[in-house]
Design a protein around this ligand. Structure first.
Ligand code: CUA
Length: 158
């Protein structure tokens, strides 16, 4: 079958672009560990403050030494605003929103989720190094969006 050289060129170019685009997903997934949150758990967005799962906000240590952080995002704060977790342990964050969609990004790490009303955002991360990290909201949520921030303190494990 005769294929015009220009047509052949653009066929290969289109194939190369497809490989490139899927390749960027592969690099992010395998090389940089970027994964979309896959935890699907719903909550009544009107009753977040009275929901038993979010009645106690803060840091809880599990029997196996891992830690669970329970928090609520709201205009324009994180509750709790300051979180202390141990280094080198598995830390599972469980977050929900009391009003609109917020973001929860721990600057300098790959912890970065949307917190959508009606859902519980959950992810697990290990902080290798003790230190102080800034938590920011990176979903525009209203006039005080830029002031919505929190602090994560990773302490040397006892
Ligand atoms: Cu919360 Cu922007």
């Amino acid at each position: 079958m005769h294929v015009n050289p220009y047509e052949r060129f653009w066929m290969w170019a289109a194939a190369a672009i497809i490989v490139l685009f899927f390749g960027t997903i592969g690099v992010g997934l395998l090389g940089q560990g970027i994964r979309p949150p896959s935890h699907v758990e719903t909550i009544d967005p009107q009753a977040v403050w009275s929901d038993a799962r979010f009645a106690e906000r803060g840091v809880a240590t599990n029997p196996d030494g891992s830690v669970t952080v329970t928090g609520i995002t709201l205009m324009f704060a994180f509750q709790p605003a300051e979180i202390r977790v141990p280094a080198g342990r598995r830390v599972t964050f469980r977050l929900t929103s009391a009003d609109v969609t917020h973001g929860f990004q721990i600057v300098g790490t790959n912890a970065n989720v949307m917190v959508v009303p009606g859902y519980v955002s959950q992810f697990t991360i290990v902080f290798a190094e003790p230190g102080e990290y800034l938590i920011v909201c990176n979903e525009y949520c209203g006039l005080g969006h830029h002031a919505m921030m929190g602090k994560l303190i990773v302490e040397a494990a006892p």
